[in-house]
Design a protein around this ligand. Structure first.
Ligand code: FEO
Length: 396
């Protein structure tokens, strides 16, 4: 592997997972990386490890730079398995290394990997470890996005390693922001935020404000997934502030639906036309053809979500249930929710979806549109008008 240097004595030793397409349900069309970093001074520290099936590759990268028994410290910024599942092997291969995590991290590591990790030393915000000329310091970041999460900052080099924050699921042969297509980079960063960090938006804003108040100069942000921000690290910080506070929400609606024999599809198209007639951007996304990852990303910068389902056995179609369960956990704020659907004899899909959305605390517009069998021309006109009203509400 060509050596990847962030700053003198700071190397990327991570791995590229080119072919992962399903990251615990998050569809990763562009793969991912698990970034780990080696910091070498009089003492040597490894910050994070990688997913277990790439452990050998991590070891090979480390051995190009250091004898493993010369690694003094292992920092566990986050316990989720994509970053820690190589820890048991690495800990054995680095017998002289002290291991550090937050208090919650220690609990979680012991539960994941066993009592041998009772020896972990706990660090908290502001604690420092001197490597010689370089000093590591820590900033706890609970619920960004696990209780154990923390950031590591190298004071003299002004390098922040915030683990999952500011990452992207993006496999590339390049490592830095100035080497890749900016549109692809920001698209993947936005998808990552939408699907992983949305529920923690207020905490992210608070954490960014905390870092700003500490006046930490930042030359490089080195997350645990994807590209490292060295040319313009504030680009992703400012983007997060905009995303978290809803600044990038547009006059846009997403019509997300499924269909059995085409009736709900026809309704979706008429509703979409009605929305667009008001000068509002609209996206129609059919489930069982579009994964939840993409739908959620499209919804993040939308003002309205219009959800359609045929009735199946008096309830909603299963793909809608999956979608609503997923987005119910992410709880995007500041959107209106509208429902429509078709049925043969009993109906029930819109009622079931409305009840589910209300249960999540979404702002549901009660007036829904449910039609029997195949919509007539007159009924499609009503769907168009339903869309027009949604468009007008967005523009208001
Ligand atoms: Fe990339 Fe929360 O793990």
């Amino acid at each position: 592997m060509p050596k990847v240097t962030l700053k003198d004595g700071i190397s990327w030793v991570g791995v590229v997972d080119w072919n992962i397409r399903d990251f615990h349900g998050y569809i990763t069309y562009r793969g991912s990386t698990y970034n780990a970093y080696l910091v070498q001074d009089e003492k040597t520290a490894l910050v994070d490890t990688v997913k277990y099936n790439f452990c050998n590759e991590l070891v090979a990268h480390l051995e190009e730079l250091v004898n493993l028994d010369k690694i003094d410290y292992i920092i566990v910024n986050h316990v989720e398995m994509d970053h820690s599942s190589s820890l048991p092997t690495i800990a054995k291969l680095c017998p002289n290394a002290k291991i550090f995590s937050t208090a919650r991290g220690k609990e979680e590591i012991i539960k994941h990997f066993g009592a041998e990790f009772e020896r972990i030393e706990v660090v908290k915000s502001g604690d420092k470890i001197s490597l010689g000329k370089k000093t590591l310091t820590f900033l706890e970041a609970p619920m960004l996005h696990w209780p154990d999460s923390m950031f590591t900052y190298i004071i003299e080099d002004k390098v922040l390693m915030p683990n999952d924050a500011f990452g992207q699921h993006l496999a590339t042969s390049e490592r830095f922001d100035d080497e890749v297509d900016q549109h692809v980079l920001m698209e993947e960063a936005f998808t990552y935020y939408s699907n992983i960090l949305t529920p923690f938006s207020p905490l992210i804003v608070k954490k960014i404000q905390e870092v700003v108040a500490m006046k930490l100069p930042i030359d490089i942000i080195a997350p645990s997934h994807g590209i490292i921000w060295r040319k313009d690290p504030m680009k992703i910080v400012n983007a997060y502030l905009d995303w978290c506070t809803g600044k990038t929400v547009k006059q846009k609606a997403v019509v997300v639906f499924d269909t059995m024999w085409g009736s709900t599809d026809k309704m979706a198209r008429a509703i979409g036309d009605g929305i667009a007639s008001q000068g509002v951007d609209v996206k129609l996304l059919k489930l069982r053809g579009t994964d939840n990852t993409e739908v959620v990303t499209e919804i993040t910068d939308s003002k309205a979500v219009v959800v359609g389902s045929p009735t199946l056995n008096n309830g909603m179609f299963p793909s809608l249930s999956s979608f609503l369960t997923y987005i119910g956990g992410l709880k995007p704020k500041g959107k209106t929710w509208h429902f429509f659907g078709s049925y043969g004899w009993g109906g029930g899909a819109t009622k079931a979806m409305t009840a589910m959305a209300k249960g999540f605390g979404f702002e549901v517009v009660e007036q829904s549109m449910e039609l029997k069998w195949v919509p007539t021309a007159e009924e499609l006109k009503k769907c168009f008008e339903f869309g027009q009203q949604i468009g007008q509400k967005i523009k208001a």
